[in-house]
Write a protein that binds this ligand. Sequence first.
Ligand code: ZN
Length: 278
Amino acid sequence: MLVSLREILRLAEERQCAVGAFNTTNLECVRAVLDTARRLDLPVILSHAQVRESVAPLEVIGPVMVLSAQRAPVPVCVHLDHCTSLDYMARALKLGFTGVMYDGSLLPYEENVENTRRAVAMARPLGAGVEAELGQLAHGEDGAGNAGGPVYTEPELAVRFVRDTDIDALAPSFGTSHGIYRSKPVLDLERVAVIRRLTGLPLVMHGGSGVSPEDYRTAIKNGVRKINYFSYMSNAGTRAVRALLEREDVTYFHDLALTAQNAMAEDVEKAMRVFYKL
Ligand SMILES: [Zn+2]
């Protein structure tokens, strides 16, 4: 069933776990995530990132995500990830998205606040929740971006930001990075605990792929209630296709797609077992 971001975060709070938010850039991803959530009987978030528009146009993948969520036997939030344009956000809300992340992290503080407030004003009357980001990750969602390194979120500023914007969830920067890690990430998980204590909000871990199970567990204990996970799932599909092509000559693309889907489902299950503490 389709539920709001607030509701899915409430479920995570109740279980003292983090709900997985998986970017679904095609039908195989949608099915890999939802089949796994159904099999394990877990709430889940399907995400679409604005930066993937060329791979998965919003008006094509959005209705697939919303309809699949409505028909799922488990609670599913359909979420817009890293949205930098309020017009784009309006289109997602019109399609029935139940959560949106406004990402003004690269903007000056006041501008980030102003746009995030507008996002809240747009989403809330429709029953959709809003996540926003403060601080900067080492790499943007597209893997490029602030290669200068992360800008950690200042706890005091986070308190002010939450008060100024009235958001439902906060994505602080504490050392994770988008994409595939080239070296072991060094996370400031104490910072997570402090921000959580001061804001009382559910926190979101971006760049959730490639973090150690131990760090996931500490992050959840310290207040992370949503973990964005994509790169390693997608890469599991790529590796499975490569192995298949090395073994046999495949004629039909749907055989490659299905192989990728099954491999992604396996990877999603592994991630979910950690996020939901199974
Ligand atoms: Zn992200």
